[in-house]
Design a protein around this ligand. Structure first.
Ligand code: SF4
Length: 107
């Protein structure tokens, strides 16, 4: 092993030890995340439900008429997916037809 090879090996080893090198297969895809359940303590705190139609409109903190995860500013992932990531519930998927009290209109 040349001096240059040794230096490169040491740099790569240090980067890997620091977690800088991440294999693409280890990145979590949205499809691998579990679905948020309505009885999850965080979901209950935010009054999350899978079906926005089950929420009495008068009880919503925001008066906007059309409210569902699919048209919320905090939804992530791809339009059309039935279950999508949400900024409020990291690591879990919410139902595109769902709703929670944090709903906010897209700008
Ligand atoms: Fe749905 Fe928006 Fe609440 Fe996330 S913040 S659960 S996208 S309504």
């Amino acid at each position: 092993m040349t001096k240059t090879d040794r230096r490169k090996f040491i740099q790569l080893s240090a980067a890997a030890a620091a977690g800088v090198v991440v294999a693409p297969s280890r990145k979590a895809a949205a499809q691998d995340m579990p679905q948020l359940t309505e009885d999850d303590p965080m979901a209950q705190a935010m009054k999350y439900v899978h079906d926005a139609g089950s929420v009495d409109a008068a009880s919503r903190p925001n008066p906007a008429p059309e409210q569902a995860c699919s048209n919320c500013a905090l939804i992530q992932g791809a339009d059309g997916d039935a279950w999508r990531p949400c900024q409020i519930f990291p690591g879990k998927l919410v139902n595109a037809n769902g709703w929670c009290s944090v709903w906010a209109p897209k700008a």
